[in-house]
Design a protein around this ligand. Structure first.
Ligand code: R1P
Ligand code: URA
Length: 396
């Protein structure tokens, strides 16, 4: 504990030197509400809305991130507490989130947000776009994250650091259909598997190795059942006559091309991949690139770290000592805020008929599906004590 306090004081000392221009008050007074015990140097995260309000306001036109002074190599943040790639800080992202792949899709969905308060909009230097406002009075965020597992990883981990309480995420993305569903249908998968290129396979030499397969299929990661049910009902009622299909399985690939069985100029050894996937994964219906990682991270997150109880070393009777701040983090399993995830997948490409969706249909589908996802998000019940505080947030 003494060691910890020493480290925290050291960090605060560095901050004090560098932040005096920004916040003319004693940093020792800060209400520090998150600690990371996993790294050698405990990390201090400010979530106190009053303090955050004294830091510079968000600059929606200036990209934030890589050129700012960063104070922690383990979980990089700028001095004004912004995460490194999304550029957000606490109070700029809501508990209920729709995540999409492209900024125009995010903007098309943002049209449905309430006019007041005016939605907050932040583009990060790395191309992540966050729009936060209210839908039917409920705080929501729309996050455009780009493509693939790494971007989903940045999004989930960095948003989780900016949020107090539950994190409810619905991905709205496009996909390829592997069954006879028409393009323009929407799928709500119950689970997803990862399909990854096996880099140990002999791709250059003709693939003679018998022991290695060119692609690997993971075990499934599952959607949150209640969230997926609410999502399906909302899409089904708002998209008619569009077909909405629940309960199938998705595969998230690490390439749009090779590990989705497409032919390019590269020797990808994938001519039999789609048949292999269909025969190996029950109920497989779609291929895209992010859902597995979202479900996997949501399932593996077990809440903020529980503070370790360390024996006292200051000559007392050895009883455990903890600060009042740390005590507030000592949550039992059932109390821990969760990450709950589901996915809505719009079939843009039919891999059976080779059809591709037309642009006018994309526009209609993205807007209607976006509205249905927002509706699903606001129908999810989050107890008041698991909501990020309104005070100091961009949605007040
Ligand atoms: C490929 O074209 C991209 O489209 C799909 C895939 O998952 C991949 O990201 O999703 P989005 O439409 O959300 O980007
Ligand atoms: N997105 C994908 O990842 N694959 C498709 O076939 C269509 C959209």
């Amino acid at each position: 504990m003494l060691h910890l306090e020493h480290q925290v004081q050291k960090d605060i000392g560095v901050w004090r030197m560098q932040l005096t221009k920004i916040a003319r008050r004693s940093l020792v007074e800060l209400r520090v509400t998150a600690f990371d015990f996993g790294s050698e140097t405990p990390r201090v995260v400010i979530r106190d809305p009053k303090l955050l309000a004294t830091l510079p306001p968000p600059q929606s036109c200036k990209p934030i991130g890589m050129k700012d002074l960063i104070i922690d190599a383990n979980f990089p943040r700028t001095l004004d507490q912004r995460v490194y790639h999304l550029g957000l800080r606490s109070g700029e992202v809501a508990n209920r989130i729709i995540t999409v792949g492209s900024p125009p899709r995010a903007d098309a969905i943002a049209v449905h947000l309430d006019a007041q308060p005016k939605p907050f909009r932040l583009f990060s230097e790395r191309g992540f776009l966050t729009i936060t406002g209210r839908f039917k009075g409920v705080p929501v965020s729309i996050c455009s994250i780009g493509m693939g597992y790494p971007n989903m990883d940045f999004f989930v981990r960095e948003v989780r650091e900016c949020l107090i309480g539950e994190m409810i995420v619905i991905r709205l993305g496009s996909c390829g259909g592997l069954r006879d569903f028409p393009v323009g249908s929407v799928v709500v998968p119950r689970a997803s598997v990862a399909v990854t290129r096996n880099f140990d396979y002999d791709f250059y030499g003709g693939g003679s190795t018998k022991s290695e397969m060119p692609y690997r299929i993971s075990k499934p990661a599952v959607a949150d059942v209640e969230l997926a049910t609410i999502l399906y009902r909302s899409l089904d009622s708002m998209l008619a006559p569009t077909r909405v299909i629940p309960g199938v399985v998705n595969a998230s690939a690490d390439s749009f091309y090779s590990s989705q069985g497409r032919k390019t100029l590269f020797p990808d050894h994938n001519s039999d991949l789609i048949n292999h996937l269909l025969s190996s994964v029950d109920d497989l219906a779609t291929l895209e690139m992010e859902t597995f990682h979202l479900f996997h991270l949501a399932a593996s997150w077990s809440g903020p770290p529980k503070p370790p109880i360390k024996p006292a070393t200051n000559g007392t009777d050895g009883a455990a000592t903890q600060s009042p701040v740390l005590d507030t983090l000592d949550l039992s399993e059932g109390d821990r805020p969760r990450i709950r995830a589901a996915s809505a997948q719009m079939i843009f490409a039919s891999r059976t008929s080779q059809e591709f969706i037309v642009p006018e249909e994309v526009e209609r589908l993205e807007s209607l599906s976006g509205r249905a996802v927002l509706q699903a998000l606001v129908e999810v019940d989050i107890p008041g004590d698991r909501l990020h505080p309104d005070a100091g947030s961009v949605w007040t």
